[in-house]
Design a protein around this ligand. Structure first.
Ligand SMILES: Nc1nc2c(c(=O)[nH]1)N[C@H]1C(S)=C(S)[C@@H](COP(=O)(O)O)O[C@H]1N2
Ligand SMILES: [Mo]
Length: 504
């Protein structure tokens, strides 16, 4: 290896030590104080809409993993450069580390929950990394011009050792932090209240049981997951509270214990993401247990002039929901239970919002901590700031679950089946079109509520050849799902789902 190679290696080893030490220091402070997470948080928050969409399309929910991999790759390159340009008199490499340290300390302090200690991981780790870099380069400079093999071997050994040590330290820090903060035990101890009027169980006829068709109720383990959290917030019921403030007569703060004095409700509600493309899977249906938002807002006393509730999560994410939707009597709730269990941590434990008829980005705040009664002309929520629509009513839509795209089937009867949804308007019909033929009525599953999706099936007498199937839904107001193809930005995809099949 050349002298430059050794210098680059020294830089990388030093950067590895910085990241490793920082993770350990971060463990008792906050996962968000570690440089990789802190910088990642800032990147996530400032990602332009177009790039965000590209990343979700390419990587789906692996977008966060891709972000970490990219950050580590960039760190390696910058660290190699730092090693190469470091000089005893002109410590450019150390300078790069200092810049990195200040940037990641500032990134950590940018967190909505930051205390001054959030700066510590970067501030403690960077000087250690710089000392390590300078020590290594002194050792390298000390070599004679000709190769001194033993020295090089020793250097490589030490570098390898420090590198591996840093990685172990970093992983240990992450694991320690995750263990220390984990609220699984707290969640397991939660006893959910029994609602005065439990929801009528969905009738057997709500599930058509067609192979390949999504079941009426989505298992918690299969429920889609969308959020900006690089590390899922861990909020115990002891630490949780909800502050209701802003344009209210009397600000109130509810603790977990305060909730038990109130009347819970239980409802089936289908939740859906605005980023769900036509035919996509970012939608699920669950039985939610919670407290009507209307009751809570009325307890605080909403003042005239307000038209929005800005909800904020533990991790500083925000959603802006139209006030009238929360007060019009629909089952908008502060949910604490999902399919008979406390909310899974990743779905917002201990409490989140669920509002029938609105996309998640304008309503479904997980790990919710504050409701501010305000106005659309005063407040802007997380996704609206980067170009998504301020209001997000759910569009009438449907999906073909089976047959799957580009499948082959023998001729004869083929069950074409899927789900259709138009939350809070309900579904009154689904039609299927084969090639350019007439639209034919599909059979609908039993109706459960206008707030959930509805299964449908169409018995198709399939003839040999290549065919295109299309589907369209009609909502409870008689409005037919639009054929106009639109992308998910700014307020949800539209267009009829289609599926090509080959019949033998
Ligand atoms: N705290 C927080 N809550 C959030 C989000 C988020 O990024 N952070 N994403 C929202 C979006 S865009 C959707 S679609 C739903 C998804 O809820 P789920 O992950 O439980 O399916 O959560 C909403 N609540
Ligand atoms: Mo979403």
């Amino acid at each position: 290896m050349s002298a430059t190679g050794f210098r680059a290696l020294a830089g990388i080893v030093s950067a590895g030590a910085i990241l490793g030490v920082a993770e350990i220091v971060a463990a008792p402070i906050s996962a968000h104080s570690a440089p990789l997470v802190a910088v990642g948080d800032v990147v996530v928050k400032n990602t332009p809409l177009e790039f965000e969409r590209w990343a979700i399309e390419r990587f789906g929910t692996a977008d966060k993993l891709m972000l970490f991999i990219t950050m580590i790759a960039v760190s390696v390159i910058v660290a190699a450069v730092a090693g190469i340009v470091e000089r005893r008199r002109r410590p450019w490499g150390s300078g790069l580390f200092v810049v990195f340290g200040i940037a990641s300390a500032l990134a950590a302090l940018d967190n909505s929950n930051a205390r001054w200690t959030y700066a510590l991981p970067a501030l403690i780790a960077v000087p250690i990394g710089i000392a390590l870099l300078r020590w290594q380069l002194r050792a390298l400079d000390g070599w004679a011009d000709e190769a001194r093999t033993t020295d090089r071997r020793i250097f490589l050994g030490v570098a390898l050792g420090v590198g591996v040590g840093a990685a172990i330290l970093g992983i240990a820090g992450r694991v320690w932090g995750a263990f220390a903060r984990d609220v699984s035990d707290n969640r397991a101890a939660v006893r959910l209240p029994t609602p005065p009027t439990p929801v009528t169980p969905a009738p057997a006829g709500a599930d058509l049981k067609v192979p390949g068709l999504a079941s009426y109720i989505t298992d918690n383990s299969e429920f889609y997951l969308i959020d900006t959290a690089l590390v899922k917030p861990q909020v115990s019921t002891d630490d949780w509270s909800l502050r209701i403030h802003g344009l209210v007569d009397q600000e109130i703060t509810l603790s977990w214990a305060d909730l038990s004095a109130r009347k819970p409700v239980e409802k089936y509600i289908t939740l859906c993401c605005v980023s769900n493309p036509v035919g996509g899977s970012l939608i699920g249906n669950a039985k939610w247990l919670g407290y009507p938002l209307k009751d809570l807002l009325e307890e605080a006393g909403v003042q005239p002039g307000a038209d929005m509730v800005l909800s904020t999560s533990e991790d500083g994410w925000t959603a802006g929901s139209p006030l009238e939707v929360l007060l019009d009597g629909r089952d908008a709730m502060l949910a604490i239970g999902m399919n008979g269990e406390p909310l899974p941590i990743q779905n917002g434990f201990p409490a989140r919002l669920v509002v029938p008829g609105l996309y998640g980005y304008v309503s479904a705040t997980k790990w919710v901590r504050s409701l501010e009664v305000t106005r659309f002309d005063r407040a802007e929520a997380y996704w609206t700031k980067v170009g998504w629509s301020a209001r997000g009513p759910i569009k009438t839509a449907c999906r073909i679950d089976t047959p799957t795209k580009s499948s082959r089937k023998p001729s004869g009867l083929v069950a074409v089946a899927g789900v259709a949804w138009a939350q809070h308007r309900g579904i009154s019909a689904v039609e299927v079109q084969v090639d350019d033929g007439p639209w034919q009525k599909a059979r609908l599953a039993d109706d459960v509520s206008i707030d959930t999706w509805r299964q449908w099936v169409f018995e198709w007498d399939a003839q040999p050849g290549n065919h295109t199937l299309r589907a369209r839904a009609t909502d409870g107001t008689g409005e037919v799902q639009t054929a106009e193809e639109r992308d998910v930005v700014p307020d949800g995809a539209s267009g009829w789902p289609a599926c090509r099949v080959a019949i033998d």
